[in-house]
Design a protein. Structure first.
Length: 417
């Protein structure tokens, strides 16, 4: 393992100032390029290359391949070299730009991230992995320590020490993020990065890794016979995607491209849902303002004419007058349904994509071009949707009961419409 100290100079050029972060495979140093007189970051592999020429050639080849890999969310590589450490080993290092930012690990230490933020970060990282995998490169160390949150978004570090897909087993990786098959000596494969991204996404959403082991011994001793843990309190699609990334068998995990597609869809659905809710709020506010304006613009009511004596009403007339005549409108019934659906109680645990789906079905059922029979069919379709979501566990019985009551009001309003 490399044991470098502040003040050491690599290749008679890079002056190490102080360590910025430490991961399972490397240490990042803040350094000064004495040739070009600029601040840089130097990442030194903690594992020694010893003197095996084949291993050194392999690492050098990987660094060159990664240097040709340019992606806006990956750190550019300035230089690659090897150094003899004080312990006599040979360690590789990669020179990169020094960016202002916060390691994702520090952000997670403050608590779980809101799911849209976590999903957006994972999406950016998945795009980098997708591009790298397309070139045959496997990162092998996707961790919170290797993600830097900058003003331009998250940046993935360490592609300078990536491996070719199919490389034999090695000891690189950070224990909580290492895929199970790597412990059995399986060769490097893109599914290794997918597993690590699943661990990272789970950690961002919950504030903790899916498995408690933090050392190689604990990871190897863990018998992962149960299904991977599932994140609660986030959209169903996001929880399912994260769980699939953590699948014990690599062939059961999605590809990086599938992760990009899934996260894009999840975030798009959430954005559309916010726009729909914002639009309904704005529309309601505008209608209220217009009603108030029209009310104030009404001419004063004329004075009523003198009352004339009226005959006493008959018992039948009194009974008719005492019967409530107010009937709930279709618009009021629909508004009642959406209000219950978005209320914290009893439907507060409903996923955003379910809320959006049910809202869209309701809107389609009430579009003006649909006749009464089509509207009735729409409410039946909505009731079926509610039953399906209850069976899937995505709707609570209390929420279902309240929503069905609102649909009863809607059916009544449609019959009087």
């Amino acid at each position: 393992m490399s044991r470098l100290e502040p003040g050491d100079v690599l290749a008679r050029r890079y002056l190490l100032l102080d360590p910025l972060a430490r991961g399972g495979m490397s240490v990042i140093w803040r350094a000064f390029d004495q040739s070009l007189h600029r601040m840089i970051a130097v990442k030194v592999l903690t594992a020694s290359l010893h003197t095996d020429p084949g291993e050194r050639v392999s690492v050098r080849s990987e660094a060159r391949a990664a240097a040709r890999f340019i992606h806006p969310d990956s750190i550019e590589i300035y230089d690659y070299g090897e150094t003899v450490t004080t312990s006599g080993g040979v360690a590789a290092y990669v020179v990169m730009p020094l960016l202002d930012g916060t390691p994702l690990a520090e952000r997670i230490e403050k608590g779980p991230l809101p799911w849209p933020e976590a999903a957006a970060i994972a999406l950016r990282l998945a795009r980098v992995l997708m591009a790298g995998h397309a070139r045959g490169l496997v990162h092998r160390d996707v961790t919170a320590e290797n993600v830097l949150l900058t003003a331009g978004g998250p940046k993935l570090l360490d592609f300078g020490i990536a491996a070719w897909a199919g490389d034999p087993d090695d000891d690189r990786g950070t224990p909580p993020y290492v895929a199970p098959e790597r412990l059995l000596g399986a060769p490097t494969h893109p599914a290794v990065d997918v597993y690590a991204l699943g661990v990272l996404l789970h950690t961002m959403l919950t504030g903790r890794t899916p498995y408690p082991g933090t050392t190689w011994e604990e990871i190897e001793a863990a018998h992962r016979t149960e299904p991977p843990p599932r994140v609660a309190g986030v959209p169903y699609a996001l929880a399912s995607l994260c769980q699939r990334c953590l699948a014990h068998e690599p062939e059961d995990r999605p590809t990086a491209a599938q992760i990009v597609s899934g996260l894009t869809s999840t975030l798009g659905t959430a954005t559309l849902g916010r726009h729909v809710r914002r639009g309904l709020t704005v529309t309601g506010s505008a209608a209220l303002a217009l009603s108030a304006l029209l009310w104030f613009q009404q001419p004063p009511a004329p004075e009523p004419p003198p009352k004339q004596a009226q005959p006493a009403p008959s018992p039948t007339a009194r009974l008719i007058e005492s019967t409530p005549s107010a009937v709930i409108t279709v618009e009021q019934a629909a508004a009642g349904f959406t209000t219950v659906l978005r209320a914290r109680t009893p439907c507060g645990a409903t996923d955003d994509d379910v809320v959006l789906d049910l809202t869209q079905v309701l809107q389609n059922a009430l579009t003006p071009q649909h006749g009464p029979s089509a509207r009735a069919s729409g409410t039946r379709s909505l009731r079926q949707k509610l039953s399906d979501r209850l069976r899937e566990g995505r709707l609570t019985p209390a929420c279902l009961s309240e929503l069905e009551a609102r649909l009863d009001d809607l059916d009544t309003a449609l019959r009087h419409d």
